[in-house]
Write a protein that binds this ligand. Structure first.
Ligand SMILES: Nc1ncnc2c1ncn2[C@@H]1O[C@H](COP(=O)(O)OP(=O)(O)OP(=O)(O)O)[C@@H](O)[C@H]1O
Ligand SMILES: [Mg+2]
Length: 357
């Protein structure tokens, strides 16, 4: 997802927040968020991510500095109007427990005076958009799973089609499988809707997966670095950022690159491990030509769109050290060696470093 028209949607200009008790939550933040991209805010607990998010829709007002949304100072806009024009999703979805799913989603359209019929029609449409069955409409939040509630939360935030979406650890309370599904859905939605999204998470993998840019904060509300995931992983600004990204940041970088440009060739003749294919030339397994009962090991063929990380993983798991490559129909196109994957991985790392330099 590339930022849309190059316009600046959200601008922090030395925005500072000191609470009455003396805590500085955000320290002179200067940061521009382009229209139509996902910016992920990360950093340890208490470093000011939620406060930063809430200054955008004026739930928290800065002590000094300015925040502009669509070029206009938020303090010069009507607070209620501003809030209705910005979608907001929080952990545990924050749904109204006594309202049905449909009425939860229709909240903002009703506040905007759309009329019941139109608001409900829009809500029903959004149920489908976020991947919920139509029969969820009449249920109450407690009758849904955590993951389903989060989907309702996203639908509610999208109801009035706001250009900006604020998401504060929206997928923090669901299991890893559901979390991945919700991330996939968000990426799909974002390809369609191209909103300006500010997303807070503690999960660096989530940040790398969803972000066009990642902003790393340090305790005291200091922004340390804001860069694309590839730049950040290849060139963390300092030891704090490197630490935050974790020991596996090299591998994470590989998750951002696809197999597409890695060379492939025919499976070697006469090798010990032979690839068996079905009648349609789709890979079935690796067969050991030296074992009497021709033992077979399952193969996981990869497509061009799969990541270098999954390719490396498969090349290590496969007894042949080779990755079977297939086209969109699952038909074998060739094989790639572990060495070729390694060589490409090295080039990816130096390219990302150069970009960041
Ligand atoms: N209303 C408030 N009054 C006083 N201090 C506050 C208030 N809200 C937040 N803080 C403090 O400001 C700092 C930043 O809080 P904030 O909620 O923005 O952090 P966060 O990065 O979102 O943390 P977490 O990852 O735990 O959600 C913390 O030290 C917090 O205790
Ligand atoms: Mg928070």
């Amino acid at each position: 997802m590339q930022p849309g028209k190059g316009l600046l949607m959200i601008q922090f200009d030395k925005a500072h927040k000191r609470f009455p008790n003396g805590t500085t939550a955000v320290h002179d933040l200067t940061l521009d968020l382009p229209e139509g991209g996902v910016t992920v805010l990360v950093g340890s607990s208490g470093c000011g991510k939620t406060t930063t998010l809430r200054m955008i829709n004026r739930m928290v007002e800065p002590t000094s500095g300015t925040i502009r949304v669509g070029g206009k100072d938020v303090l010069e806009q009507d607070a209620a109007e501003l809030r209705r024009s910005i979608g907001y999703v929080i952990q545990q979805a924050g749904l109204f427990p006594h309202r049905t799913v449909l009425d939860n989603i229709a909240t903002v359209p009703l506040l905007l005076g759309w009329g019941r019929g139109k608001a409900r029609a829009r809500a029903a449409e959004l149920l489908e958009t976020v991947g919920l069955a139509a029969d969820a409409a009449k249920r109450y939040p407690h009758q849904l799973s955590g993951g389903q509630q989060q989907r309702v939360g996203v639908a509610r935030a999208l109801a009035a089609d706001p250009p900006v979406l604020l998401m504060d650890e929206p997928f923090g309370a669901v299991d890893p499988v559901v979390r991945t599904q919700l991330q996939d859905e968000l990426l799909r939605l974002q390809r369609e809707l191209n909103k300006t999204i500010v997303f807070v998470t503690h999960d660096i993998d989530e940040a790398v997966r969803l972000g066009d840019r990642i902003a790393v904060f340090r305790t005291g509300g200091h922004l340390v670095q804001c860069a694309s995931p590839a730049e950040l992983l290849a060139r963390p600004a300092d030891a704090f950022v490197a630490d935050f990204l974790g020991a596996e940041r090299g591998l994470k970088l590989l998750s951002l690159t696809t197999l597409e440009e890695v060379t492939q060739g025919p499976a070697p003749e006469g090798a010990r491990w032979q690839l068996t294919l079905d009648a349609g030339r789709r890979p079935l397994a690796w067969r050991d030509s030296e074992s009497k009962d021709a033992a077979e090991i399952p193969v996981r063929p990869l497509r061009d769109s799969d990541s270098l990380l999954s390719a490396l993983n498969e090349s290590i798991a496969a007894p042949s050290g080779l990755v079977a490559r297939v086209d969109a129909d699952g038909v074998l196109t060739g094989v790639t060696s572990r060495e070729d994957i390694h060589a490409h991985a090295g080039r990816v790392h130096s390219a990302a470093s150069t970009v960041a330099a």
